[in-house]
Write a protein that binds this ligand. Structure first.
Ligand code: DQQ
Length: 436
């Protein structure tokens, strides 16, 4: 990233310019990963939404293609909003997406690949039957979007509405971008999205438009009766579990049938003002894809950056076993701190005198919210571990091996590129030992 663009990321997903938001239709087809995403071809603010398209062999390096699904018929002329891709039995991918009609009604449309032998799926054909689904109540016409599909319809064209919702909660506003998927009770692998039965639990995730939070419950799904029952907790208010305690929204996941893992992608909005986004010519990035699985206690998910990201590591520096005395600061030199993958674990007997850092930017226009999370560790038995992916304007942190995640956008005004330094510091009075 150049001196003029200090906030462009080095290894995160972002197009050369303009606005992006939700990841859509993520899938692997013939060994190629596909990422579609909400994109404004005309500017750095939300609007004129199309499905742009990129492909990758490793989920890190992406090749852009022409936008694939853009307004072209009455059922989507005001925008092609979020939806999802499903691989049907037999391996054929289909896309369901939200179309905005001339009077802003939200309807659901189907698109299928023109040429199944093209692993890059560069051309999509919209169904003659569009729209396949429409709002069923007048007060839902602007709130019937982001269909998430698995293989429940027999032909994917004819759908009927279930009598009861899969899950509901009062006073939570619109639920955007729902996701519903199985996670094995044992182990870290993922399973096909249509799998159900005693070996899996099901996860229902919703993106709360009001608070911009991605919340999930874990529960049991009865495929015959089509009933989902959350184990405990609910998506109401603050009680739901969060994928991430920082900025992380409109996520979408898919089953990687090649590596047998479930992968989670999202959209990280800017924390800057819109005028600043327009000045820099772009807005929005996507976090590093995460592998998701059920924690050993079955009560929450665990997320970890995909293994492929480790191939980007270059200069390895280590402070193994250093004692960080109270009040001391150690510089970690030999790395470009503007882009780093930091793994650290701390050994201490108690955290009674711990302090919360708060500094971030001298720019008064940016949202400098401090994020925090609770992590359940027995510090007498275990070390406190943290991994952070730093990339110019984003820091993604994973505590306790991925039990808590905090993603934050940062806009340093001084610590830019080479001027960014990495330190281990201890503002407390007690010593801490650095492990790794
Ligand atoms: N963004 C899309 C909608 C979705 C929202 C429009 C979530 O489909 O509800 O760009 O960020």
């Amino acid at each position: 990233s150049s001196a003029k663009q200090p906030y462009r990321t080095g290894y995160h997903f972002q197009p050369p310019k303009n606005w992006i938001n939700d990841p859509n239709g993520v899938m692997v087809y013939k060994g190629v990963f596909h990422l579609f995403y909400q994109y404004n071809p005309k500017g750095a603010e939300w609007g004129n939404i199309v499905w742009a398209h990129s492909t990758s062999k490793d989920l890190v390096n992406w090749t852009p293609h022409e936008p694939d699904i853009y307004p072209s018929q009455p059922s989507d002329i005001k925008g092609c909003w979020s939806g999802s891709a499903t691989i049907l039995h037999g391996g054929k991918p289909v896309i369901l997406y939200t179309g905005i009609e001339p009077h802003q009604r939200e309807v659901q449309n189907l698109a299928i690949p023109k040429n199944l032998s093209d692993p890059y799926l560069r051309e999509w054909v919209k169904s003659d039957n569009n729209p396949l689904m429409q709002p069923t109540a007048q007060n839902h016409i602007n709130a019937t979007r982001d269909y998430s599909s698995s293989t429940k319809s027999k032909d994917f064209v004819n759908w009927f509405q279930s009598k009861t919702p899969l899950h509901s909660a009062n006073n939570t506003g619109i639920w955007e971008c729902p996701d519903f998927y199985p996670v094995p009770i044992k182990g870290e692998s993922g399973v096909d999205t249509s799998l159900h039965g005693p070996s899996v639990k099901h996860v229902l995730k919703v993106s709360l438009d009001d608070t911009k939070l991605d919340l999930y419950t874990i529960g049991s799904y009865n495929n015959v009766k089509d009933i989902y029952r959350p184990d405990d907790g609910s998506v109401e208010g603050d009680l739901g579990l969060r994928y991430d305690n920082g900025k992380y929204y409109a996520s979408k996941n898919f089953f990687d049938s090649v590596e047998k893992r479930r992968i989670l992608m999202d959209w990280n909005n800017e924390s800057s003002k819109q005028v600043d986004d327009i000045k820099k010519g772009w807005s929005g990035i996507h976090a590093i894809p995460r592998k998701v699985c059920l924690a050993e206690n079955g009560k929450q998910l665990v997320q970890w950056p995909i293994a492929e990201i480790q191939k980007l590591r270059a200069n390895h520096v280590s402070l193994a076993n250093k004692l960080l005395e109270g009040g001391s600061v150690i510089e970690v030199s030999g790395v470009t701190a503007a882009q780093a993958d930091v793994e650290v674990s701390f050994e201490t007997k108690d955290f009674d005198k711990a302090e919360r850092p708060s500094r971030s930017s001298l720019n008064e226009n940016t949202d400098k919210a401090t994020y925090g999370a609770f992590l359940d560790v027995d510090i007498q038995q275990q070390k406190l571990s943290l991994r952070s992916l730093i990339d110019h304007s984003i820091v993604e942190s994973f505590g306790g091996g991925g039990k808590v995640c905090i993603t934050s956008r940062v806009y340093p005004t001084l610590a830019i590129n080479k001027a960014a330094h990495l330190y281990a510091f201890n503002n407390g009075t007690q010593s801490i030992r650095l492990k790794i």
